[in-house]
Each structure stands twice: as structure tokens, then as C-alpha cells.
Design a protein around this ligand. Structure first.
Ligand SMILES: [Zn+2]
Length: 216
């Protein structure tokens, strides 16, 4: 079986989505890419999270042909493939309908970089696309146009897509983004929320990259 470790990571990260309160039922999806072969590992469509196993993940090429797997890949596969083709710097994608993040998408408002943890992680506010037809090429194009070289974007009236070096990083960003969206929403009920000034976001982001975690 191809890519046992990536299958395991993609399966575990998909199962993390309901645990973190980012999706319900079988919604949302996580994938990872193998750049050496241009193969993508993604969850199968419509299978409940508790039934996901590393073995039933689907492997496709970047044109969407199934290389390994008996089930149909996630309905958002074409969006994941388009993002991998246009963002060669990333290795994982996470898509959810997390309610607080998606409430900003519903209003077509960005999630402002108003909290330092989000400034550390993303280095900017999270922009929102204009309305696009769900699960279409138009959605994929709008994501790439709107996200630029960023790590997170909201699809209007739908939900966030987050990009990481790995599937694990993409899910981590989605989880922290949802926490920030919730906190910002609560603060907005009581006052005016303003973004951190750009220079301070840049300083803070660069400091975090240099200092966070255990350096090897
Ligand atoms: Zn969706």
C-alpha cells in the first residue's frame, strides 16, 4: 500500500476535525500531498469519521485519477488538487465548516488579525472570497486569488480552507483560527475590534517563527 505514514496522518487529522468541534457528521476534509510523485492522499466522500482508517484513504494524482482506493474521494478533491498545483510551498489542506469562522464567511467579513496568537500563526488577517458556486473550479480559483501566499482563507457562505506544510499543520491552523474567530465574535458583541497594526503583526510573526517550539 502506498504512503502508509501519510495515510495515517491524513486519517488521524480528519478524525481530529469532529474532536476539535470543527465539523459535524461527515463534513469537512483533510488531505496531504507527496511532491515527489504528485500524489494526493484524501479522505473518502461521505464516510463517518469513526469509520475512517489509514487503509480507506484515497490516493489520486493531481488530475484526480484514483491511484489507490475503492471509494470515491471527497467531493472537494478538485479544490484540493487546484490548490496543490498553485501553491507548491504547502503539503496539507484542511477544510471545515467551523461555526465561528464560517459566521465571518457568511457576512463576507475577514477574520481580523486582532489577537497575537493568530498574528503569530498567520501573519495577517484571514480574507474572504466573493460568492462562488460550491465545490466548483470557480471556488478553487477564488481561493487561490484571495489567499495569495497566506495560510487561511474563507469561502463566502461556506467555510475556511487552511494550508500547512503538513496535514497536521493545516488542521492546527484551522483549530486556532476557530478559537480566534469565537473570541473575536464575543468581543465584537461588547465593543469595536480593531486589527493589530501591520508593522506589529510582521514583528510578532517573525518573532514567533524564530522562537516557538523546540529547535533541533
Ligand atoms: Zn465544505
Amino acid at each position: 500500500m502506498l504512503y502508509p505514514e501519510l495515510r495515517q496522518e491524513v486519517c488521524r487529522m480528519n478524525q481530529e476535525l469532529p474532536k476539535q468541534g470543527l465539523v459535524v457528521w461527515s463534513g469537512g476534509n483533510v488531505s496531504g500531498v507527496v511532491r515527489e510523485t504528485n500524489h494526493v492522499v484524501i479522505k473518502p466522500s461521505g464516510v463517518p469519521f469513526e469509520e475512517l482508517t489509514p487503509e480507506n484513504m484515497i490516493v489520486t494524482d493531481l488530475d484526480g485519477h484514483v491511484i489507490e482506493g475503492d471509494l470515491k474521494p471527497s467531493v472537494d478533491i478538485d479544490i484540493h488538487l487546484y490548490i496543490y498545483k498553485h501553491r507548491l510551498d504547502i503539503g496539507g489542506i484542511c477544510h471545515t465548516h467551523a461555526p465561528y469562522s464560517t459566521s465571518f464567511a457568511l457576512l463576507e467579513q475577514p477574520i481580523p488579525a486582532a489577537l497575537t496568537p493568530i498574528a503569530h500563526l498567520l501573519g495577517r488577517s484571514v480574507p474572504c472570497t466573493q460568492y462562488v458556486i460550491p465545490a466548483s473550479l470557480e471556488t478553487a480559483q477564488a481561493i487561490i486569488e484571495t489567499i495569495g501566499d497566506g495560510k487561511a482563507v474563507l469561502v463566502s457562505r461556506h467555510g475556511p480552507f487552511t494550508l500547512g506544510k503538513t496535514p497536521t499543520e493545516a488542521v492546527k491552523i484551522a483549530t486556532y483560527l476557530e478559537e480566534a474567530a469565537k473570541t473575536i465574535h464575543l468581543a465584537m458583541l461588547r465593543g469595536n475590534v480593531t486589527p493589530i497594526p501591520d508593522e506589529e503583526i510582521d514583528r510578532s510573526y517573525n518573532w514567533y517563527i524564530r522562537n516557538y517550539g523546540q529547535k533541533t
